[in-house]
Structures are given as C-alpha cells and as structure tokens.
Design a protein around this ligand. Structure first.
Ligand SMILES: *Cc1c(COP(=O)(O)O)cnc(C)c1O
Length: 449
C-alpha cells in the first residue's frame, strides 16, 4: 500500500517543469524552485509513511507556499502608522534617503575607506566622523563600533577589566532584549560596585565607594522607563567636580540626542561640557543614522579604546561609516541642525492635515480624526508624549485586530495601532507618497469595514 502510494509521486523533473510552477520562473531561480519541490516531496513521502495517501493538490499547494515564502519573506518595507517614531521591530531609525543615495558609489565600488588619498598609504576609517561629532558635542575624539551595547562593553573592558566600576542602584537597568547593565559589566571583566538606592543616589554615595581599585563611575540613562516622585541623583557637573582624578566618568547616554532639546533626554553636548570623560550612544535612535555605537570623549581615552584589540571584533564596515558620515553632514548642513526625529515631534501637531488626506480613502462614516499622542520610543525620551492627530477607523463588522490584519496585507503593509479598542493610524512620519498609498489602501478595504 505504502509502495503504491509512493510510486504515485511524480519524478522531480516532471514536477519542476509542471506548468503550475511556471509563474515562479521569473521570480526565483530554478535552484530555489527545485529546493522547494524537494522539500514538499519529502513532506509528501513522510505523510505516506505515516499512513496517509498521495495527494497531488496538497503537494502543489505546499510547493506554492514555499516558493511564496522564498520570494516574499525578505525584509520588506512597511508604513509606520503607530505613532512610535523609532520602533525596534521596524528597524529603528530609517536612514535619510539623501544619505543613502550619497553612499551608493562608495558601497557598490571601491572606496578610500582606509586609504589616505594624500599619501597613498593606509588612512583612518573614521573619516570626518570625529570632526562632525566634535562640532555637535564638543568631544575631542570618537570611536565607532557596531552598536551602543558594544560601545559600553568596550569602554568598560578597556579601562575597568579587573577593576571596580561604581553604578547607582537606580541605574542597573535592562534596555531592550538582553542589554542588562550588570551583565555587560561582568562580561567586560569589571567588578560592579553598587551605590545608593533605586530612587536616591548622592555624590557622597559615589565618593564613599571610591577605592584605589576604582577605574570608573558609569552613569546609565534610564532610556525606557521613568521614575517619579522622591527621586534624586547628582548632576554630571557635580559628580565630575567631586570625583578624584584618575576615576573616569563615563555616561551611557543611549539615545544620541546631541544638541537638540527633547524632554526626558540629556544632550550629549551638555554632558561633555559638564565633565563627562566618555559618553556612549546609538547611531540609529534619535541621531537618525545607521545602527552603530559611538564612544565620544577625551582624546587620550579614545586613543586607548582604539588600541584595545577587541575593537576589531566590533568594527563596522564601509556601509556604516559612509552612512554615518553622510547623515551627520546632512544634519550639519540643514537649517536648525537638529535630528529629523526631534524635528518630527516638534511638528507632531501638523499631522492633522495628513490625517485629512488619508481619510479621503474612507467613506465618511468610517473615519474620524482624533487627538492623539506620539512618542519617540526605541530607547529614548521615556514616558514623554507629544500631541498629535490620528485617523480612527470605524467598523461595524470587524474587530480591531482584524482591521490591523487587513492593513498588514497591503503592499507595502500599513502598521497601525489599537487604542481603547479602536484602530488608529498616525501619519506623523508619512511622506507624500506614503499618504497616497495609505489613502489607496483605505479605499480598498473600505468595503470590508
Ligand atoms: C539603546 C540603549 C542601549 C543599547 O544600544 P544598542 O544600540 O541597541 O546596542 C544601551 N544603553 C542605553 C542607555 C540605551 O538607551
């Protein structure tokens, strides 16, 4: 019985050449189609072994499904209508189109990444980045690594392996999945010395903990939660003035807010001015660049970091260096000179006009423009919201979850949110083109609402 069923499975070649699979020929290679066929045939064999029968339509359905997945399940563009500007699930900060276009030739061809065009000899990978970071923060130098977690780790490892690092109990935080300050600290080889309490830590707490083994005081920005009420911690200026020479004051600034004013965030420029020896921050949060970690601060300390052999294990490639340099250049050349995300929240209230545009896709009784709030998110400005406007989608027939599902089926998918049981689309970050797309998507689903 099993053998008879097995024999019904056609030869690989005849499946691959079946007209039903023709539509994939232009989309994915023959090699990938063959792999999908092999995997689906394997599946059919298994079900026959388990006592099933050969089912041709199931075999072809499985091949279709696999081919579809190979073709479509790459990282795809989506429209962010959540009102969370930096969304870890959606790749944090988009890279400026201008910066991306600028960097094309450097990335698709050879470049002077580490070549001095003056001498013809080996040059520095950093290019103009330290110069730009200096203008924006006042730091004397900087090093670039793959992300801020690496920046913090490398800073600790360079100066504090085998020594003590003092951290407030209020700053032993977890940021995102897996970045836990005490764990990173232990992995770097440093010994954690905890001071103060969850809500109050004083300068004296830090000073009392300093010993001859103290390498560093690390301050960590609570970038994804806020503490309120009876709360106090020393300002960087105070701490910097009080710490003995030889104890490095490092600040994990996190968000990359450099010189712009954003509630809940300390500007990197002020931290440097106030005496932080080193600060670390992400490239793809408020800074608006590619994923990177930047360590900025005193020249001699950056030189020591550059000499740590570990830096080689966290070194970004030309894509990151070129995009970061270009992003910073565009920002310094723009009027206002602040990051795009800071500019967006300043204009959050203007989202009303965009709501009107996208609302045109819906019948009059199915859309409602309402006051809403947006946030930056992605590990910055914790607990801070900015007034904005969103489009509420009203449906008699469908649940909020199923409307979100319909919007995700669009191409590109539209990612909306649920608030108080209704579906909201916040258009604060939409481009003209995205507004048109969302309006069209809404008119397509209008009949189903
Ligand atoms: C976001 C953040 C990190 C982690 O940065 P990645 O770039 O995601 O590695 C570390 N510390 C602080 C304070 C942060 O805000």
């Amino acid at each position: 019985m099993k053998n008879t069923e097995m024999r019904k499975i056609p030869q690989m070649d005849s499946i691959i050449n079946d007209p039903r699979l023709e539509q994939w020929a232009g989309k994915i290679s023959r090699k990938l189609v063959t792999a999908a066929v092999r995997s689906a045939v394997e599946h059919s064999r298994k079900s026959i072994m388990d006592g099933g029968i050969y089912d041709e339509s199931e075999l072809y359905a499985n091949i279709e499904k696999l081919c579809g997945r190979l073709y479509g399940k790459r990282i795809r563009p989506v429209i962010n209508g959540t009102g969370v500007l930096l969304h870890t699930n959606m790749g944090r900060s988009p890279i400026m189109k201008e910066a991306w276009d600028d960097c094309e030739a450097v990335n698709t061809g050879y470049s002077s990444l580490e070549l001095s065009l003056k001498t013809g000899k080996r040059g520095k990978r950093n290019g103009l980045i330290p110069f730009f970071i200096n203008i924006l923060t006042g730091a004397e130098g900087c090093a670039v690594v793959n992300n801020n977690a690496a920046a913090v780790y490398l800073t600790l490892n360079t100066f504090a392996a085998g020594k003590e690092v003092i951290v407030s109990r209020g700053e032993q935080v977890q940021i995102g999945g897996g970045f836990r300050v005490p764990e990173i600290l232990a992995l770097s080889g440093a010994r954690l010395v905890e001071v103060g309490t969850t809500n109050i830590t004083t300068v004296q707490d830090y000073l009392d903990a300093v010993t001859e083994n103290t390498a560093m005081v690390l301050k960590v920005h609570r970038s994804n939660f806020a503490v309120r009420g009876f709360v106090s911690e020393p300002a960087i200026a105070e701490l910097s003035a009080a710490l003995p020479r030889g104890v490095i004051l490092a600040v994990d600034q996190g968000s990359g807010v450099l010189n712009e004013k954003l509630p809940g965030e300390e500007q990197a420029a002020l931290q440097i001015r106030d005496g932080a020896d080193l600060i670390t921050f992400s490239g793809d949060k408020v800074l608006g660049g590619p994923q990177a970690g930047i360590i900025a601060g005193k020249k001699n300390l950056i030189a020591a970091i550059d000499k740590n052999p570990l830096i080689r294990t966290m070194r970004p490639g030309k894509t990151i260096y070129s995009l970061l340099e270009s992003t910073l250049l565009y920002r310094l050349n723009s009027t206002g000179g602040i990051s795009r995300h800071a500019a967006t929240v300043e204009l959050a209230e203007d989202a009303r006009a965009k709501c009107r545009k996208i609302k045109r896709g819906l019948s009059a009784d199915k859309g409602n423009i309402i006051e809403d709030r947006i946030c930056i998110g992605g590990g910055s400005t914790p607990d801070q919201y900015f007034d904005s406007w969103s489009l509420e989608i009203i449906s008699e027939k469908r649940s909020a979850e199923s409307i979100l599902g319909l919007l995700r089926e669009a191409s590109p998918p539209v990612i909306a949110k649920i608030k108080d049981n209704s579906v909201l689309i916040n258009p604060a970050v939409f481009t003209e083109e995205e507004q048109k797309h969302v309006r069209n998507v809404l008119s397509e689903i209008d009949g189903k609402l």
